[in-house]
Ligand binder design. Structure first.
Ligand code: CS2
Ligand code: MN
Length: 362
């Protein structure tokens, strides 16, 4: 297992590579070219810039999150083929720098989605919050406006606001797209991309839907164990992998996260671990990574990863906003650094117990 930390790039993050370097156990940054419009090729020059910046701090850039998928690919339009060819070229350019994993998602229109970005808790910290009731009274336009007005002037992953300008038109395109059709379009994409990714030594790792259920009537197809099994078997190629995201899948209390880990570990090159606290009405707030502070079995998840031979990359996913930090929503330094340490501690206990067991056998 290798601990990593998401970084949005020079001039696009409140956090520096120097700070990340000083978090014990962190070996690499999870990065992307966030200013390259979806569908355009990532050039060798631009990739080299980030790789060299990270290298100066002894950090690797093995994991990219994300090379986002053009909406025309998700919609299965005839224009998808040119964007798929561009995606292949980006993978080939990334492989020149030894990139190992590309995380992506196939959610229509929106990336992760919350009703509140700074919901206050009793300890005075704030966090991303999904209000199951409030969402029913919101329009997509209100959601985008809320995200735009409360992001501390940072971009939000997958929320290219330029792209979201004409929501009505975007929604009209999805009006008749069923889950089955969206899945067919994902399969078409993977059948094209996986052979190239495999040749490039890259694992494609699809990120689950967040939250893991349909919003505004949009189809979502990576919500639970059945969806994951279906997509991993749709294209039988080792490059067809999963980003296990505890907080995304954990948005539905019916998802058995430990079972999902045990079932798919060898197809999980990348894991996002974070905790959420569920409320009776289906709402949830993002909590500290500690088991006691949320509803998810975080230490059991780490234990299951360890016991099933996980040898991929891990990153602490969203953190709360603590100690008055002003940051990209969900992406402050402090709570994610605390999260990294908690996850490394849980992993190290597994290593210790394994060594003790081995010692007793000698
Ligand atoms: C990330 C997602 O911030 C997050 O929750 O896990 O934005 C993720 O980067 C994308 O969905 C993957 O393409
Ligand atoms: Mn995630």
């Amino acid at each position: 297992m290798q601990m990593t930390f998401r970084w949005y790039g020079k001039g696009n993050d409140s956090i520096t590579l120097k700070q990340i370097r000083q978090i014990p156990g962190v070996k690499g940054v999870v990065w992307a070219l966030h200013d390259v419009p979806v569908g355009e090729v990532w050039t060798v020059e631009r990739i080299a810039e980030v790789v060299n910046q990270a290298k100066m701090y002894g950090l690797n850039t093995d994991v990219v999150e994300s090379v986002n998928i053009h909406e025309d690919i998700k919609l299965g339009l005839p224009t998808r083929d040119k964007y798929i060819e561009a995606y292949k070229e980006t993978l080939e350019n990334l492989s020149k720098f030894g990139i190992k994993v590309v995380c992506y998602n196939f959610m229509p229109i929106f990336d992760w989605f919350r009703t509140d970005l700074f919901k206050e808790s009793e300890d005075g910290s704030t966090a991303l919050f999904f209000d199951a009731k409030k969402v029913l009274s919101l329009t997509p336009e209100q959601v985008v406006k809320n995200m735009e007005e409360n992001c501390n002037n940072f971009t939000l992953p997958g929320w290219e606001l330029e792209r979201l300008k004409d929501l009505e038109h975007l929604f009209s395109k999805y009006k008749n797209v069923t889950e089955a059709e969206l899945f067919e379009n994902l399969t078409y994409f993977l059948k094209e991309i996986c052979p190239v990714a495999e040749q490039c030594g890259i694992k494609m790792a699809i990120h689950p839907d967040d939250p893991p259920f349909s919003i505004f009537g949009l189809p979502r197809i990576v919500k639970n164990k059945e969806d994951i099994a279906r997509l991993l078997s749709a294209v039988d190629n080792p490059a067809n992998g999963l980003t296990f995201c505890s907080g995304s899948l954990g948005g539905n209390p019916n998802n058995d996260l430990v079972d999902i880990v045990k079932t798919f570990t060898e197809r999980i090159p990348f894991a996002h671990i974070r905790n959420v606290k569920h409320f009776e009405d289906g709402s949830f707030i993002e909590s500290s990574h500690r088991v006691e502070d949320g509803s998810l079995p975080i230490t059991e998840i780490v234990n299951a990863l360890y016991e099933n031979g996980f040898d991929g990359y891990i990153r602490p996913d969203h953190g709360r906003h603590i100690w008055d930090e002003v940051c990209r929503p969900g992406y402050g330094l402090y709570d994610r650094a605390l999260g990294a340490m908690y996850l490394l501690g849980a992993w190290d206990v597994n290593v210790l117990l394994k060594n003790r067991k081995t010692a007793c056998l000698i």
